[in-house]
Design a protein around this ligand. Structure first.
Ligand code: OTU
Length: 645
């Protein structure tokens, strides 16, 4: 029978040669045939005219065949399982946790010893922050990788990583690891060879003899770290050239116009897949391709690179998923999940940074109109992919509120962004937050925000003030943020310590090389004494832990939280109460979430209109009783109601 995935004649001829040359088992060869076009088409578009390309493509195919042949039998079983369960990352059962291996468990072996804690919470997906061998500090929290083939020695070895992946797998948990494709450390062997005069390795990076091109690019380039690492190019005396450094001076941007760079980084991906990593977090992925006269983000070629990587993984290691870290506007963000004719062919997951920032905007203002408006106009998640939803992560919060969205709800975008920066820095009348400004824009007074969830949500101030009511409100704020993230659909991530209300690390600036970067304030070390208190009734830790457990329980009991479900914000008629309706596979969910410290009322008909009844069970995830007064629902401060059916 003719293969249903008929190739174009010229590709079939090319494939016949590839097929004749490559050995492999039936499964590998079937996948190779199925996805060959998806691998080579974007690469031909990127590099077809480059004389270096044919050799690089051949080398890549060899590496894929070798990696598939060496694949651990357990991973092959997983390949099969996930091929027949393509929504494995979209399911309502998925709950993620993010931590630094050293700050959580000391070493990878230490993390392994702490897995019972994560299982107790209900975690099924563990994202460990960068763990490959980095340059010595400063190394941007590990995002300046010196060796993609080795684990940071203080954390352990590649064998420890394999062992951790195996243990997680045995408990039905997936492991996510960062892969930094945009740049390497200046200390990476490629950069070191370039510094030593190897022209082939110099061509891995973007370097310039004089300022002509850097100046031309900088006319339209945004500055990512204006305070800690101004501008985007660094003079390298040893090379007597300017090096493209989007982030810190020691992070050298790779040049993806060079097909050898694609092949080399693709092999990094294969290596991590072989170690048993389930999901790769593709760091800073919008920046991979540069184009003069643009902001050098989200260029079409970035998507071709991702499509080729995805096809490669589907052929050589189909159990592996990709998560895009693209902190960009909704229209661009959704394209990382594969849209139009690329549906299902790019990343499995992408961070919903839009929801994250809106949650904090709603919390500060106590008003949900902006969140409702932006989420209602956000593109739907494409088939075969899902959002990662989250409240906090290791980075700052960027306040990307557009003038159009602000105007639609009667706000001024600049003033609102300024308000959020001030409010969360603890510089606004009546603020409950204790965070800090990150990368202040002197001209506008706008800034991004640092701080842990607990400190931003008022727990730090409440503990200092000793007011029980303030403490209760802070706990409720933390829970309501998580409730919306857990209900929204997609894979929710809990950032380490948020389950216990860990406050800002007061000593962050005293650690060597951290003082210039206040993101370290919200990267505290795990407080295992606080973790013990999760079982002591009446403590903040128990309140948060139990609250999150209830949310996880509610989430996994309704299919409506599946990433592929349809979700619509619901205008409740009350600007302080957020509404959300989701449906999937015949199941329905209505969520009402108060963002107010006062009692609020919404019409009781909201539930009936959606074919759902509010019962005592609807109040269970929150823990406070359901109150109905006549034809109104009365919500306590920051109360959550959750009706599934
Ligand atoms: C990422 O963040 C990481 O999350 C950061 O911790 C790193 O410092 C950085 O890359 C460099 O490796 O600009 O402010 O659109 O926003 O990649 C953080 C994506 C960042 C960028 C994001 C980047």
């Amino acid at each position: 029978m003719q293969n249903v995935y008929a190739m174009r004649p010229e590709v079939r001829a090319e494939f016949a040669e590839v097929r004749a040359r490559l050995a492999g088992d039936t499964a590998f060869l079937t996948r190779l045939e199925r996805f060959y076009t998806e691998l080579r088409d974007p690469l031909v578009a990127l590099y077809g005219d480059d004389p270096r390309f044919p050799a690089q493509l051949a080398a890549l195919l060899d590496a894929m065949a070798a990696s598939a042949a060496a694949r651990d039998p357990e991973l092959r079983r997983l390949d099969h399982e996930r091929e027949i369960t393509p929504d494995w990352l979209q399911r309502e059962q998925a709950v993620g946790y993010v931590c630094y291996a050293d700050r959580f468990g000391g070493t990878l072996a230490g993390v392994r010893e702490r897995l019972a804690y994560l299982r107790e919470l209900g975690v099924t997906y563990l994202h460990l922050m960068p763990l490959l061998r980095a340059r010595p500090e400063p190394n941007d929290g590990g995002y300046a990788v010196a060796d993609y083939g080795a684990v940071e020695p203080a954390l352990g070895t590649m064998d420890d990583l394999r062992e951790l992946a195996r243990e997680l797998r045995a408990h039905g948990m997936a492991l996510c690891v960062d892969v930094v494709l945009n740049h390497t450390a200046r200390e990476h062997a490629w950069a070191q060879a370039a510094l030593a005069g190897d022209p082939g390795k110099l061509a891995y990076y973007r370097t310039f003899a004089d300022r002509t091109e850097p100046d031309a690019y900088e006319r339209t380039l945004p500055d990512v770290f204006p305070d800690i690492a101004p501008r985007s190019f660094t003079w390298e005396p040893q090379l007597e050239r300017w090096v493209w450094t989007t982030f810190n001076a020691y992070q050298w941007d790779l040049d993806y116009t060079n097909p050898e760079v694609f092949r080399a980084t693709a092999e990094v991906v294969l290596g991590l897949a072989g170690a048993g990593v389930d999901v790769l977090r593709l760091d800073a992925v919008p920046f991979l391709w540069k184009r003069l006269g643009t902001d050098c983000q989200n260029q079409p070629e970035v998507h071709q690179i991702l499509q080729a990587l995805r096809a490669m993984a589907r052929i050589a290691a189909p159990a592996v998923g990709f998560k895009a870290e693209a902190i960009v506007a909704p229209a661009q963000l959704v394209t990382y999940l594969g849209t139009g004719r690329h549906e299902g062919k790019e990343c499995d997951l992408a961070y919903n940074n839009v929801l994250m920032a809106l949650l904090w905007s709603a919390l500060a203002s106590g008003r949900v109109a902006l969140m409702t408006r932006v989420l209602a106009t956000m593109p739907a998640v494409p088939a075969g992919a899902g959002w990662v939803t989250y409240v906090r992560c290791h980075d700052d919060i960027g306040w990307t509120i557009t003038p159009e969205d602000a105007a639609a709800v009667g706000e001024d975008a600049h003033l609102h962004r300024r308000f959020l920066a001030d409010f969360y820095a603890g510089d606004f009348p009546g603020t409950f937050a204790r965070g800090a400004r990150f990368q202040v824009d002197a001209a506008s007074g706008e800034a991004r925000t640092s701080g842990t969830t607990a400190s931003l949500a008022g727990l730090e101030a409440a503990l200092a003030g000793g007011e029980p009511v303030a403490l209760e409100l802070a706990v409720r704020r933390i829970l309501i943020l998580h409730a919306v993230a857990f209900a929204h659909g997609g894979l929710p991530l809990i950032y380490m310590g948020d389950e216990l209300g860990l406050r800002n690390d007061l000593a962050w600036a005293e650690e060597p090389h951290h003082a210039a970067d206040n993101r370290w304030m919200h990267r505290p070390r795990m407080d295992w004494a606080a973790a013990e208190r999760r079982s002591v009734p009446g403590t903040v830790e128990a309140a948060l832990w139990d609250g999150l457990r209830r949310l996880i329980g509610a989430r996994i009991r309704t299919r409506a939280t599946h990433a592929q479900g349809a979700g619509e914000p619901l205008w409740t008629g009350n600007d302080h109460v957020y509404g959300l309706v989701r449906t999937f596979a015949g199941e329905r969910l209505l969520v009402l979430a108060s963002f107010s410290a006062e009692e609020q009322r919404v019409p009781r008909a909201l539930a009936g209109d959606h074919g759902l009844a509010l019962t005592d069970a609807s109040a269970a995830p929150d823990g406070r009783p359901l109150r109905i007064a006549g034809d109104e629902i009365v919500l306590a401060p920051y109360q959550l109601l959750w009706a599934a059916g």
